[in-house]
Design a protein around this ligand. Structure first.
Ligand code: G6P
Length: 473
């Protein structure tokens, strides 16, 4: 990689760049619609900052370039890196292990070696663009070794790390053959952020037991190999969405018209139930379908009056567990529809696509009941997007207690998705909920997502990092 034009005072490092390389679109770049981009783009634009990440295609070698006031620094991943570091260690070892082994994690030394190699590459790229004393903010589980590697290369920079997914209980984390290396990598950061208080607690517990460092209310006394001591902080910063943007989109006449059109195209059923997830085994899509199928079977729901719209966006399609999940879900959808559809009505409208944000908001507005039944989820931003879109204070959110969002969204109808009977009762309670009760709950939920949006999240995290910088100065 050649030296970029200028050094930056603020750098974000994440596995993916905020844009994907796509030669079929004008300019060659497709913007990633993620919330992280919405939160961090203004910060980087104000500071003339840089974003280090993978452009999403194997083998691409690109020079750093400017985009909307940010400097983008592409990191090259070869076909082999994608297979071993991204699909392998990140998404077939860490992802299932950290989501409570819903799918069995695979431990392969070759994958670990690739993970180390690629983390070194990201750390070197960040080190090469950082101005003296810069703030570097590393994102997520694909890059857990970067904080320590970066500190070794650039002891002058302030390092933050945010973990977007759960951090598991010690009894599960301890399975990882490279557990000490991973923890040592993370405590290389000055501030280590988690979604929930419980995740931060699981982390400090693992640090105490595996590294022997003292911890006190999130402050970790990190002892380096040379005996020097510093303090790292582990703390919860629940991530959120650009609430105002969803509210604003939901008020657009064309989006409201589209919501009506969606309902009409489903045959104007009394009740539209909606689920939208990356097609991932953590999301509990199978549990949701089982509950819904049984409700139809028992006649508690009637296909003439209710439709479930399930958007399942394609994800990690070369990882075996994801291929298998797709087969299972599509078999189940086919069976339920085959058993219950009539010529004019369908039980499940299944869509294996992703949609632009405006279409998502129209779907949220069209949905009487939103089902979020994840078996484990760091946060679940879909739950917050649904709430932010319900400008009419109508609609019911059914929310798994195993999501980070459940800690905050207390007026949702809470469910344990493993309890199929409980899930069925919760769906029925949501379908039958009176408008006044819907409004009471939704107003409380909306207050929460209005007062805690993604700008607030990044402000809180960066303020804590800034406090470290001032201490060091
Ligand atoms: C989760 C992770 C992100 C990841 C996203 C999409 O939200 O926390 O780090 O980018 O899933 O997954 P992908 O593998 O396509 O990047």
């Amino acid at each position: 990689m050649s030296d970029p034009k200028s050094k930056a005072d603020m750098i974000v490092v994440s596995n993916r760049l905020p844009v994907d390389h796509d030669p079929s679109v004008e300019g060659g770049w497709r913007r990633s619609p993620g919330g992280l981009v919405a939160a961090l783009e203004p910060v980087l634009q104000q500071t003339g900052g840089a974003w280090v990440g993978w452009p999403g295609t194997a083998g691409l070698e690109l020079e750093p370039f400017e985009l909307d006031g940010m400097e983008l620094v592409p990191v090259t991943l070869t076909d082999e890196d994608v297979e071993l570091y991204y699909e392998g260690f990140s998404n077939d070892t860490i992802w299932p292990l950290y989501h409570d082994v819903i799918s069995p994690p695979a431990y392969h030394r070759e994958w670990w070696e690739a993970y180390v190699r690629v983390n070194e590459r990201f750390a070197a790229a960040a080190a090469s663009v950082a101005a003296p004393g810069a703030v570097v903010w590393v994102q997520d589980y694909q890059l857990q070794l970067v904080p320590r590697l970066l500190r070794a290369l650039r002891p002058d920079v302030v390092i933050g790390y945010f973990h977007h997914i759960p951090f598991p209980a010690y009894g599960l984390f301890a399975q990882l053959p490279w557990r000490k290396h991973v923890l040592a990598g993370l405590v290389g950061a000055d501030v280590i952020g988690f979604q929930r208080v419980q995740d931060a607690g699981n982390f400090t517990n693992a640090v105490r037991r595996q590294l022997g460092f003292e911890t006190k209310s999130g402050a970790i006394r990190v002892v380096a190999d040379d005996g020097s001591v510093r303090t790292a902080v582990a703390k919860a910063y629940p991530i959120s969405i650009d609430t105002q943007l969803y509210d604003e989109i939901a008020r657009r006449p064309e989006v409201q018209a589209r919501a009506k059109e969606i309902r009409a195209s489903l045959g104007d059923p009394q009740t539209v139930i909606f689920g939208v997830d990356r097609l991932d085994y953590t999301k509990g899509i199978g549990h949701r379908l089982k509950a819904y199928g049984e409700l139809l079977e028992e006649g508690r729901l009637d296909v003439e009056h209710v439709t479930l719209v399930q958007v399942a966006s394609p994800s990690r399609e070369r990882v075996a567990a994801y291929m298998q999940l797709r087969d299972e879900i599509e078999l189940t959808v086919g069976r339920i529809n085959g058993d219950h559809d009539t010529v004019g009505h369908t039980a499940i409208r299944y869509l294996h696509h992703s949609y632009p944000r405006e279409e998502m908001v129209a779907l949220y507005l069209a949905a009487d009941v939103m089902l979020v039944t994840a078996l484990r989820d760091g946060m679940n931003l879909v739950a917050k997007e649904y709430v932010a879109s319900r400008i009419d204070s109508r609609g019911v959110l059914v929310l798994s207690e195993f999501t980070g969002a459940a800690d905050e969204l207390s007026q949702a109808v809470k469910v344990n998705p493993h309890d199929i009977d409980g899930l069925k009762d919760a769906i029925m309670a949501a379908v039958e909920m009176q408008p006044a009760e819907q409004a009471r709950r939704m107003r409380g939920l909306r207050r929460r997502v209005r007062d805690h949006d993604v700008a607030d999240w990044s402000r809180r995290f960066l303020a804590d990092l800034d406090a470290v910088r001032k201490q060091d100065a």
